[in-house]
Write a protein that binds this ligand. Sequence first.
Ligand SMILES: O=C(O)C1=C[C@@H](OP(=O)(O)O)[C@@H](O)[C@H](O)C1
Ligand SMILES: C=C(OP(=O)(O)O)C(=O)O
Length: 427
Amino acid sequence: MYTVHSISSLSGSIQVPGDKSISHRAVMFGSIAKGITEINGFLNGEDCLHTIKVFQQLGVNIERTGETSYKVNGKGLYSLKEPQDVLYVGNSGTTIRLTAGILSGQPFYSVLTGDSSIIRRPMKRVIEPLSMMGAKIDGKENGRFAPLTIRGGHLQGITYESPVASAQVKSAILLAGLYADGKTTVIEPYRSRDHSERLLAQFGAKLEVQDDRVTIFPKPDLEAQLVQIPGDFSSAAYFIAAALIVPNSRIEIKNVGMNETRIGFLEVVKKMNGKVEITDIRSFGQEPVANLIIETSSLTGIEISGEMIPRLIDELPLLAVLATQAEGLTKVTDAKELRVKETDRIKTISVALRNVGVEIEELVDGFVIKGKQKIYGGQISTEGDHRIGMAMAIAGLIAETPIIIHQSEAIHVSYPQFFVDLNRLIK
Ligand SMILES: O=C(O)C1=C[C@@H](OP(=O)(O)O)[C@@H](O)[C@H](O)C1
Ligand SMILES: C=C(OP(=O)(O)O)C(=O)O
């Protein structure tokens, strides 16, 4: 449980921890590359620590060399060993789906499962294409859910038109494509985050990226790399929102990942009249980073849908909080993917906001909020969803009475130091 009180201003400078998506991928790609991959700026959140454990169980030597540094001793695409036990991914959708792609290319038997949230999230979206490639892969309820059983082996390249814009589906297929005969192409309705494409290219994979599709060609081996991970934009988003809505605030966030497939929230905030200055744009390997300066702003409502949704999918619960402080209507549609995340995020954020006195209309594929509204405060539960916990903590900073967050430990999944960093900005 954690109690958040309202505050009068935010100031100072912080750095958010490493990007979760890239941290997972650095460990996975390093594990199947040849040589020693050095990772700096790794996110020591529970999800990414599960990825490390899974690849250790698959026989990879992974060593912590500093606070956020690891060495992964990869021995090549075919060096993984049959695990002695079930592979447990905890709460991490990225771990289970991407690892399923890699395991589809391995000539052995493995079982992937996770916590009570993971075993309710849809897995057919990866089982279907990986089966088409030749993997023997199945799951509970006719392949709909984990636990997944995988007997991998020789794969054929496919061209797959994914019904959802999902980086996890795309990445699982591309990783299996490394083990396939011939090329593998994934076509998406909208472009999802492209960290896999960028990092695979850095590891020496042969890829072709077009507007709506990515093609990967099989390769004898990937080469180990030095991976410098930028700060996670999705984590930075909580402080961006906080500085916009808490009076008399001005903060700086350093080394934030600025990959355009990830920063839809920043574009939306700017359209809402949010004052955000982007400085010192540079690169960490294949990924752009920058520093951000954010000031208290008078926000206006916004309507978002379509191609924007995958670029801010994880920030939508936070956008709901922001919308309560924006003048006029905010409407989100085309976001039914929110219903199959750690929780049904349309429902969880609606329940949490109503508990603290906010009116929100739930849509099948989004929500509508009329601003500005007072946030009265009260008790909420994260329902085990880290993003709901952090979004509601930001609401607590401007609530009339404290917001008491139950199951706040869920936040450790992506940001164990969240409250430490937040408290640093409170003067
Ligand atoms: O590939 C990734 O690292 C992720 C992709 C997204 O999920 P989907 O692929 O299910 O959209 C996102 O919500 C998740 O937090 C991380
Ligand atoms: C959806 C998320 O992660 P995952 O799918 O990896 O569990 C998230 O971090 O918001």
